[in-house]
Ligand binder design. Structure first.
Ligand SMILES: NC(=O)c1ccc[n+]([C@@H]2O[C@H](COP(=O)([O-])OP(=O)(O)OC[C@H]3O[C@@H](n4cnc5c(N)ncnc54)[C@H](O)[C@@H]3O)[C@@H](O)[C@H]2O)c1
Length: 312
């Protein structure tokens, strides 16, 4: 049984905690948050307000880091130095040099380390990558990826609206789509970007040039209370793949195929039925148990993403 501790019981922990709780070979034994009120809603766990105290008192196999971004690297290093495997929310850091530092520590301590870049485990995005790799619908011609929502007023101490602590829209929101692009299509040849930044909003657009195709992206925190929405349209030679709540394939000269998990009618496109956060956590736990690297998220790809974000 894997003993798991989680630190940072805020927004995203609401996706991680149920995933750990649903696993039969892992037990979430301890939670840590500087705000005691955040952990009180989870009775039956041991509660801490100091991460180092939790690491000292508990005999953890895994630490799941759901802390604000600027705390990820330091806490991850301190846990790995104690021989604890670490799953860390995205982004790994705002600083490129932390990638080598973290993976170097993991290697030296012989522990597993993975950044929770969840689109790599998101069924519809996994399916898109399969469609591209298989060549089923011909070559990719163009793509559009969007990720929009209202500014994150809810974050603890307003850290998300503070550039030094979150990196704002490029590092907090757009990074999901850019990370997926680097994972699925490699490093783009060039990028053009535009940004409209105000104290209460951050609108970002970038067009990535891959030579044979281009990908147009948009990521925005609106000042207005616009509901969160994310999706894509990818145009291949013989079909258009669209995620707009549901993944649909519009075949050139043919019909529309709806790709739903567990529907059986996937036309050879595999779409796992579980949710993406559960998928990534399951994958990480399996890597820990098998003693193998978490190869789905590679350090050189994380460095590429930081390089691109630093350059725009
Ligand atoms: N994968 C995704 O889809 C996704 C979505 C949202 C956020 N995130 C990432 O998850 C991380 C957390 O974001 P969030 O939205 O949950 O933020 P949040 O502000 O809602 O939660 C952070 C929590 O950490 C606690 N905290 C702060 N300092 C602490 C410390 N020193 N020790 C212990 N607890 C401390 C806060 O009290 C808060 O409860 C960020 O890096 C963010 O980029 C990922």
């Amino acid at each position: 049984m894997l003993k798991v501790g989680l630190c940072g019981v805020g927004g995203i922990s609401g996706a991680h905690i149920p995933a750990w709780e649903a696993m039969e070979d892992a037990e979430l034994v301890a939670l840590c948050d500087v705000r005691p009120g955040q952990i009180e809603k989870y009775p039956g766990k041991r509660h801490y307000t100091d991460v180092d105290e939790m690491l000292r008192q508990e005999e953890l196999d895994i630490l799941d880091i759901c802390l604000p971004t600027y705390l990820h690297a330091e806490v991850a290093v301190r846990a790995m130095e104690r021989g604890i495997h670490v799953l860390c929310e995205k982004p790994i850091s705002l600083r490129r040099e932390d990638v080598a530092r973290l993976y170097g520590t993991a290697r030296r301590m012989n522990v597993r380390f993975m950044v929770a870049q969840v689109l790599r485990f998101w069924p519809e995005y996994v399916a898109l990558r399969e469609i591209h790799d298989s060549g089923r619908y011909g070559r990719l011609l163009s793509g559009t990826m969007t990720r929009l929502g209202q500014r994150p007023r809810w974050s603890w101490d307003g850290w998300m609206m503070d550039e030094a602590r979150s990196g704002l829209v490029p590092f907090d929101l757009h990074i999901h789509d850019l990370d997926f692009m680097v994972y699925a299509f490699g490093r783009p040849k060039d990028v053009d970007s535009f940004r409209a930044r105000r104290p209460e909003q951050d609108a970002f657009t970038a067009v990535y040039d891959y030579g044979d195709f281009y990908i147009n992206t948009e990521a925005t925190w609106y000042a207005a209370p616009y509901p969160f929405t994310a999706g894509f349209r990818f145009q291949f030679e013989r079909a258009l793949a669209v995620l707009d709540g549901t993944l649909r394939i519009y075949e050139v000269g043919g019909g529309v195929r709806t790709v739903e998990a567990g529907s059986g009618e996937t036309g050879g496109i595999s779409l796992p039925g579980t949710n993406a956060y559960a998928n990534e956590i399951r994958y990480f736990a399996d890597c820990v148990k098998a003693g193998r690297d978490c190869d789905i998220v590679k350090p050189e790809e994380l460095e590429t993403v930081i390089d691109i974000l630093r350059g725009i």
